[in-house]
Design a protein. Structure first.
Ligand code: ADP
Ligand code: MG
Length: 568
């Protein structure tokens, strides 16, 4: 007897449904996509018990005629493509013709629809893949689909559903994603009789951010806009001070379709490199418009993953676009209310918007040299030091509270990286070169990084098997503690995740040097020294956090002070 059999229709349907319909949120996703494809301007999503009991999606879209409504529930029935050739240029969210069929095969469905301009509508019910009733009814223009008894014939699936609260969380994320993508559509999400999300459909994407994430988040985001012929991106990213513990608020879209992408998440991470602490994630809502030849949407049954044909280019493009959004904006952490989202004017006399630091004198080793220099207008002026740790500086915007160590560290780091700290990196020849003996592993690491070390002012010559003669150290170290600094540096290079490229290694070494050479918390400073730190910090765009992502400056704005003292 043959062991292979062709499966019956119902089984095929259930298997296919397994790929598309994972949980109640999948219903919401597919139904919402259909409503958007139907040109709806107003959509209401109603669910009960996290969607496990009921999900309804009601729209005012184009509707269907009776015959189409019957066809819509069949597998591979779609109005959106005709042949495989159309796949490469689909503009609609749906195209597989499987969603309604999949939903119907694992639940009870009621579909009420009236074609725009038609006399009457149709009402159709189906259960476990079979149409149970079809009648003519009066109905508003548009379509209403109600799904009940999800997984009625798939008890295992049913058991895997999480609590209603968890399931509703997925639903609300899903609805939020489409609100961000379609700010022009009025959308309401109701759960257990209560409105959980309401977006009026103003068409403004920032309003959509308010509807989905709240007013505070909307104040904390910066617009991203990078137009282009084959690839463009728009959306928002958050100020570095506003982060989350997970990537849950990073949403990416390819041609209007929410997609998951590690590559894009990584590009965002790169753009925020050194701006946010490890383990914190900025908000990123990035909508890409791509030439349809550059993206394959047909690689995932739920269409939640796509393949980008030149991922490397897209990665670079994204990193650049996000960096641009962060540039030229005052990212100072505020005490009290931060400024309105777009009002982040750069501080006067900060580096210009191109991000190139002014070629001003590097933060000096001899403080006097620079502090004596002319004081740029608008540059905060150091007034006092408290706890031997914080500098209080006054600027036109208000009171700046500056962490002396992180601030100094940051500006040293920037100077080292931008190469304008020639003074700091000037190799300082040692009058008495010393021998550095290492373990063979360390020696290996050192040998592989001689160039990176040299570009930072350490000149090492091989000296016997696992030893080096150190002839010079960077002037930044001022001779003191240079052996420890060098050992630390080499140890750093030995770490398992040691960076591979020369640039990345230089960055590591520079970070270490900056940290070592910067003034410490607890160091008492003169006003001149404080002013030199303020000045050094304000020459760089990324002055708002140290390279570990901790804030360097906190601003208590004049407005905030006035508000607190009831002066306004
Ligand atoms: P797809 O969206 O991939 O075409 P679906 O199974 O989701 O497949 O829907 C099948 C067809 O039913 C769609 O192509 C569309 O013509 C029609 N349809 C589904 N939902 C709606 C709706 N809300 N309004 C109008 N037409 C709809
Ligand atoms: Mg669809």
């Amino acid at each position: 007897m043959s062991r292979i059999a062709i499966l019956d229709e119902a089984t095929i349907g259930q298997i296919a449904a397994g790929e598309v319909i994972e949980r109640p949120a999948s219903l919401v996703k597919e139904l919402l996509e259909n409503s958007l494809d139907a040109g709806a301007r107003r959509i209401e999503v109603v669910c009960e018990e996290g969607g496990c009991r009921r999900v309804s999606v009601v729209d005012d879209g184009c509707g269907m005629e009776r015959e189409d409504a019957v066809l819509a529930l069949q597998p591979h029935a779609t109005s959106k493509i005709r042949t495989a050739r159309d796949l490469s240029r689909v503009r609609t969210l749906g195209f597989r013709g499987e969603a309604l069929a999949s939903i119907a095969s694992v639940s009870s469905v009621e579909l009420v629809t009236r074609l725009r301009g038609a006399e009457s509508g149709a009402r159709l019910t189906a259960r476990a893949g079979r149409i149970t009733d079809l009648e003519e009814v009066g109905a508003p223009e548009g379509t209403a689909v109600t799904v009940r008894d999800l997984f009625l014939n798939a008890p295992v699936r049913r058991r895997y559903l999480r609590s209603p609260t968890t399931e509703f969380g997925y639903i609300s994320d899903c609805v939020g994603q489409y609100v961000i993508a379609h700010p022009e559509v009025a959308l309401r999400l109701v759960h257990g009789g209560e409105t959980a999300l309401h977006h009026p459909g103003s068409g403004e994407r920032l309003d959509a951010v308010v509807s989905v994430f709240g007013a505070e988040a909307a104040r904390q985001v910066l617009p991203v806009a990078a137009p282009g012929e084959t690839c463009a991106v728009e959306g928002f990213v958050s100020r570095p001070g506003f982060t989350r513990g997970t990537r849950a608020w990073q949403w990416f879209y390819a041609n209007g379709r929410p997609v998951r992408s590690r590559a894009l998440a990584h590009a965002v991470e790169r753009a925020y490199h050194t701006l946010v602490p490890a383990g914190r994630f900025p908000v990123a809502l990035l909508l890409f418009t791509l030439d349809s030849a550059l993206v394959d949407v047909n690689v995932h049954p739920a269409k939640s993953e796509v393949r980008f044909l030149s991922e490397g280019d897209l990665h670079r493009f994204t990193e650049r676009a996000v960096r641009q959004a962060l540039q030229g904006v005052d990212l100072t952490t505020h005490l009290g209310a931060p400024p309105a989202p777009s009002a982040g004017a750069p501080l006067p006399e900060a580096a210009d918007a191109s991000g190139t630091p002014a070629p001003a004198a590097a933060l000096p080793l001899s403080w006097e040299a620079s502090a004596a220099g002319s004081r740029a207008p608008g540059l905060p002026e150091a007034r006092a030091q408290i706890h031997d740790t914080y500098i209080l500086a006054e600027g036109p915007q208000g009171l700046f509270i500056i962490d002396q160590h992180t601030a100094h560290e940051r500006s040293l780091f920037e100077q080292l990286m931008s190469g304008c700290a020639t003074d700091l990196l000037r190799p300082m020849p040692l009058t008495v070169p010393f021998v550095l003996s290492l373990t063979s592993r360390e020696a290996n690491a050192a040998r592989g990084n001689l160039e990176a070390l040299r570009s930072l002012g350490f000149a090492l010559d091989p000296f016997g098997r696992d030893a080096f003669l150190v002839r010079s150290v960077p002037a930044a170290l001022g001779g003191g503690g240079c052996e420890t600094a060098l050992r630390d540096t080499i140890e750093e290079l030995l770490q398992e995740q040691a960076p591979q490229t020369l640039d990345a290694r230089r960055e590591k070494v520079a970070a270490l040097l900056a940290c070592r050479s910067a003034v410490k918390a607890g160091d008492r400073l003169t006003l001149q020294e404080m002013q030199a730190i303020v000045r050094g910090l304000y020459e760089f765009q990324s002055r708002f956090t140290c390279q570990h992502g901790r804030p360097t400056v906190i601003l208590l704005s004049r407005e905030e002070l006035e508000k607190r003292f009831h002066r306004s």
